[in-house]
Design a protein around this ligand. Structure first.
Ligand code: URA
Ligand code: URA
Length: 323
């Protein structure tokens, strides 16, 4: 218990220092010491309950079910309009199988003939109905362009009000290795590309440390728009943007995802467990290996932690070499 508390305090301290490093202003928290009597946090409550969240945004499993909604092989071969998952990302209802706006617009007849067909192939363990556990990523037939088109000039959350550019995922679309960060900072916001600032330069070195180049990997963030003052994205903002990342992951199908820092890890994996505990051990995300490690911005602040990230990256390298 005492030990868990100390870990919690250590994680909280790291988190606070990290946020300060990122330039978060008006921090309403006293730095605690690993002493319960001094532990005082004024506002760490998320601004929206999970329940409320669920009413607005599709869960990962619902998204994957939507991705698995596929047209018949015949229509793919003939380059017919694809079943899209347009609706799934609009914070409204999920698309019904085989009846999406794009199909109706593009080819109403084709839609009718496929009315009663079930999706052709879902991944091995995809359930056919809601409520069961989806264990592997479905094969997506979307392209990254189609996902970007769907994102459009996004106004799904209020981060759109202060952003300059939407920062889309970037890199090799057939990558075995993907990196996921938290959200763009000022440099990324200005350029419209992920990890181009100081943290990005360190990320490039991390990539090179395992014998790869930046062009070899795919890089994205849970959130695509810069939060004001680099604050942490709220749970609703993260949940609103994440489905697009999930769709990209289903397109790229990397063998490993390295998730950078506490916020990205917790938002991607849907966990409250902190990075200090999770890093260094492969986690599973619908059949994809996920390695949580420290965020490069955090490593810039505390270079002594680079050793741990190096250990984590060696595990990633070894896994990729034998996979
Ligand atoms: N930090 C992130 O989490 N993502 C970026 O793209 C840049 C900095
Ligand atoms: N806190 C974070 O958010 N990320 C890290 O990498 C370390 C601490």
């Amino acid at each position: 218990m005492q030990n868990e508390f100390s870990i919690l305090v250590e994680e909280l301290n790291e988190q606070i220092l990290y946020l300060k490093e990122l330039g978060v202003e008006n921090f309403n928290v006293d730095l605690p010491e690993a002493d319960s009597s001094k532990f005082k946090v004024l506002s760490l409550k998320s601004d929206i309950s999970q329940e409320k969240l669920a009413r607005f945004v599709p869960s990962d499993v619902e998204m994957l079910e939507a991705i698995a909604t596929k047209p018949t092989n015949a229509s793919v071969e003939q380059n017919k309009p694809r079943t899209s998952i347009l609706e799934a990302s609009k914070l409204s209802s999920l698309p019904k199988r085989n009846s999406t706006i794009s199909n109706l617009l593009n080819n109403p007849k084709e839609e009718q003939t496929r009315e009663n067909t079930m999706p052709v192939k879902t991944s091995e363990e995809m359930p056919s109905l809601f409520g069961e556990i989806v264990q592997t990523l479905p094969e997506s037939i979307e392209t990254i362009e189609e996902i970007r088109l769907d994102i459009g000039n996004c106004t799904r959350c209020t981060l759109c009000e202060s952003r300059i550019k939407i920062v889309h995922s970037d890199g090799n679309r057939e990558a075995n290795l993907m990196f996921v960060g938290e959200a763009p900072g000022a440099n990324e916001d200005a350029e419209g590309r992920p990890f181009v600032g100081k943290a990005g330069q360190l990320l490039n070195k991390i990539i090179e440390s395992i014998g790869l180049k930046r062009e070899d990997v795919f890089i994205g963030n849970v959130n695509r728009c810069r939060p004001p003052q680099n604050r942490q994205p709220t749970p609703l903002e993260a949940a609103t943007c994440k489905p697009f990342l999930l769709r990209e992951i289903s397109v790229v199908r990397p063998k490993v995802i390295v998730v950078l820092g506490n916020t990205a890890t917790q938002n991607l994996l849907g966990t409250k467990v902190g990075i200090t505990k999770l890093r260094g051990e492969f986690q599973d995300y619908f059949g994809v290996k996920v390695m949580p490690t420290f965020h490069p911005a955090y490593l810039l602040r505390d270079p002594s932690k680079k050793r741990e990230t190096w250990e984590d990256m060696k595990k990633v390298r070894d896994f990729l070499n034998q996979a």
